[in-house]
Design a binder for this molecule. Structure first.
Ligand code: PMP
Ligand code: GLN
Length: 381
């Protein structure tokens, strides 16, 4: 396993989930929901298996799913995408990211991410032989400094890799940030890869896909995943959309990574993508209520925190409780309070870990009673 900095280490998510299992602590570490998603979607998967949808689907994906993704992009964002040439179904957003980086990077090309960054980015940039540059997101608002962004992107930048809404900080990028990214991509002839797996999980703010901005589409690959939208993280159905030539290049890599995946889960995802607007509004408002329970609990326990506008996660600062080292704190937290979180340093380059040392990520994609119990336990700190 490659760590965030490309070095060999165990995934922080695996380590912390194992710690939760071993200690019986409430797992607010790894971001996965503890409740099933819509019954219609689950039923459709069972039905597909019964109907014999159990062999390899086409390389680009089940045609109905490609159509459903195209309809989704039109319905929510007014984007017209050709299902035959501009979409690819992948084994989760993770394979969309890995195939994209492997297809588009030459050794030595620079990739710009926003730090702290989703841990796989560091490993994948290293696997693809890229050079990882970051723009820092700093508390309390975790919005990038636009001058810093403009200074990091340069003529060696091949990809600006955005994650919006952002894991681990829950930040939703401002329109002007996204516009600057498009401007910089043009200026330096870079591509934009945007991981929008939390596109439907924003709280009181509309999701703005970078591909909808003027001048963005022809150089943008947009990635999403059924895992977050339908609470099916274990199904690993993801997808990407982008210009046909780029999608073909990514397909050329993808065919040797997994070739295809998840045959019966693909038609089930079609059912999910066809759910009414009320479903999509409901998942965001349910999750917002959960965010508020956990944010209230963390604040009452004495953490300082920023209330996130999207994603599954809250970043809390343990320094106010006298814990300066988040790694030590997270290892001790099952004993101290029966809760598991993830130190933010797991999402940082080695040279920047010190700056984020006391920050901890807690996931709130859990049942309200679980979050209330976690809040009660954290109050013991
Ligand atoms: N990108 C981000 C930002 C994520 O948080 C995750 C997983 N939670 C993924 C990608 C991976 O998605 P998938 O499980 O669909 O591979
Ligand atoms: N994306 C999830 C998280 O951030 C977990 C992904 C994983 O376990 N690799 O918690």
């Amino acid at each position: 396993l490659l760590g965030a900095d490309g070095s060999i280490s165990a995934s922080i998510f695996a380590e912390m989930s194992a710690l939760a299992a071993r200690t019986g602590a409430i797992n607010l570490g790894q971001g996965f929901p503890d409740e099933d998603g819509p019954a219609a979607v689950l039923d459709a998967a069972r039905q597909a298996i019964s109907d014999g949808v159990n062999q390899y689907p086409p390389g680009r994906g089940n045609p109905q799913l490609l159509e459903a993704i195209a309809r989704h992009q039109q319905r929510f964002y007014g984007l017209t995408v050709d299902p035959g040439t501009e979409i690819l179904v992948t084994a989760g957003a993770t394979e969309a990211l890995s195939a994209t980086l492997l297809a588009l990077l030459e050794p030595g090309d620079e990739v710009v991410t926003f730090e702290p960054f989703y841990d796989a980015y560091g490993g994948l940039v290293a696997l693809a032989g890229g050079v990882h540059r970051t723009v820092r997101l700093r508390s309390p608002d975790f919005q990038p400094d636009l001058d810093e962004l403009a200074a990091v992107v340069n003529d060696r930048t091949r990809i600006i890799l955005i994650n919006n809404p952002h894991n681990p900080t829950g930040t939703v990028f401002a329109r002007e940030t996204l516009e600057l990214i498009v401007t910089l991509a043009h200026k330096h002839d870079a591509l934009i890869v945007t991981d929008e797996v939390y596109e439907h999980l924003t709280f009181g703010v509309a999701h703005l896909p970078v591909a909808t901005l003027a001048g963005a589409r022809e150089r943008t690959v947009t990635i999403s995943s059924a895992g977050k939208t339908f609470s099916t993280t274990g199904w690993k159905i993801g997808w990407l959309s982008g210009p046909a030539a780029i999608v073909t290049a990514i397909l050329a890599v993808k065919q040797f990574l997994t070739y295809v995946n998840g045959a019966p889960f693909q038609p089930a995802t079609v059912v999910g993508l066809g759910l009414p607007d009320s479903y999509y509004a409901g998942i965001a408002s349910d999750l917002q209520a959960k965010r508020d329970v956990l944010a209230g609990g963390l604040a009452a326990a004495g953490f300082t925190l920023t209330v996130p506008q999207g994603s599954y996660f809250i970043v809390a600062d343990a320094a106010a409780l006298g814990h300066a080292d988040g790694v030590e704190f997270c290892r001790a937290l099952p004993d101290l309070a029966g809760v598991v979180g993830i130190p933010i340093t797991a999402f940082c380059l080695p040279e920047h870990k010190a700056e984020y040392a006391s920050l901890v990520r807690f996931a709130f994609c859990k049942r309200v009673d679980v979050l209330e119990e976690a809040a009660a336990r954290l109050a013991r700190l």
